[in-house]
Design a protein around this ligand. Structure first.
Ligand code: F0G
Length: 366
């Protein structure tokens, strides 16, 4: 029964859906493990660190939690075609769930800028895969416009039914911890849907009286794609100034104009949260550290541990704090990054070097 095997739908009483099981498209998403990461903890300056690995989802990222609910809504509306812009994981997830649902999947991806594993997924799952000339923000603009003027149903996280599924990551995490609220929950920030969804999830548990306090949320951006961090640094006034040419090798979060920034700001307000920035080198080194805990992830996910290292050194996060990092994507999504890092070639690509300054090379194992 889909309600019971899915780590999302078993929380259906907390989802705004009245839908028959027949309408639910599930691949058994959620149900992801929480592990301790002692070496990474030490690296970040923490006594202990737990990671919840959303990369162990059916298509290898946290997007599946929200795609199952987004697709259920698409079915309720009778949509025959669904679409998204993506840096690769949303498109992989949409393609898989569209295939299961028997609807057309159409994905818009920035040409040449997504990890190969992700591109391969959307092709295999049979989505119409359109590489556009432009970056993610261009693709996002294009697909929003198309969704306004055609019957395409938009399944980016600007769609609130996506966030409803993603908020269950907070529920599952707390259930796994026997409702012990962590001091901090840390996520990478791109389009800022995930931090928004987690904020909503924790807030709902608090409103229901299931938890006595909220964890603080920390969202971590790559320095070449950090519009939210810049908005905070500039004094939180006016609208977010988009980063025109976002640049990071963590291609999942190479986003300059995040659609959910206002929701993210609200989530950080609710939780007394913070926004941190990390360099390319810090992301790559943190990823290798997680590897030495036996934990693989894609680059964007490792921004969490890199961000924690900064936040501990800046005395924002206490070394004794009870911290959970959400690892968002699977290691096998972007093996090129990993191999290039360990062979000292990550920063040698000329085109990239013109945009990235941190080229000191790879982490020296201790
Ligand atoms: N980590 C990974 C692995 C991602 O794929 C994404 C976003 C994020 C973090 C950031 O999450 O956007 O909710 O702030 N990927 C989207 C995509 C943009 O198209 O796959 P966010």
């Amino acid at each position: 029964h889909p309600h019971d095997t899915s780590g999302v739908w078993r929380f259906r009483e907390l989802l705004p859906f009245v839908t028959s099981p027949a309408q639910i498209v599930t691949l058994g998403e959620g149900n992801t493990p929480v592990w301790d990461a002692p070496r990474s903890a030490g690296y970040a300056g923490l006594k202990r660190l737990a990671v919840k690995h959303q990369g162990l989802n059916p298509t290898g990222s946290f997007k599946d939690n929200g795609m199952t609910t987004g697709m259920a809504q698409a079915r309720r509306l009778g949509a025959r075609a669904v679409a998204c812009a993506s840096t690769g994981n949303t498109s992989a997830s949409l393609a898989a769930y569209a295939a299961r649902a028997g609807v057309h999947g159409i994905v818009f991806i920035p040409g040449g800028r997504i990890a190969y594993g992700k591109l391969a997924q959307s092709l295999d799952y049979g989505a119409v895969t359109l590489q556009i000339e432009g970056n993610f923000d261009d693709a996002m603009r294009l697909v929003r416009e198309l969704a306004r003027t055609t019957p395409l149903y938009l399944l980016n996280s600007v769609n609130p039914f996506r966030l409803e599924g993603q908020k269950t990551i907070a529920f599952e995490l707390l259930q796994q911890r026997r409702w012990r609220v962590p001091d901090w929950v840390v996520v990478p920030g791109g389009n800022l849907g995930n931090v928004s969804a987690l904020g909503k999830g924790f807030k709902e548990l608090h409103n229901l009286g299931l938890i006595a306090r909220l964890p603080r949320l920390a969202v971590v951006q790559a320095e070449g794609a950090a519009p939210l961090a810049q908005w905070y640094a500039a004094g939180q006034t006016g609208n977010l100034a988009p980063v025109a040419r976002p640049k990071t090798l963590a291609t999942a979060i190479q986003i300059g104009n995040p659609v959910s920034w206002l929701k993210a700001v609200r989530a950080l307000e609710w939780t007394n949260g913070v926004c941190a920035v990390v360099s390319e080198q810090e992301i790559a080194d943190a990823k290798a550290m997680l590897g030495r805990d036996g934990i693989g992830c894609e680059p964007a996910s490792a921004a969490t541990v890199a961000g924690l290292r900064r936040l501990v050194s800046e005395r924002v996060v206490d070394p004794d704090a009870d911290v959970v990092a959400i690892l968002t994507g699977n290691a096998l999504k972007d093996p090129d990054f990993t191999v290039q890092y360990h062979t000292g070639q990550l920063y040698t690509d000329a085109e990239r070097e013109t945009h990235l300054t941190h080229a000191e090379g790879k982490l020296v194992p201790t």
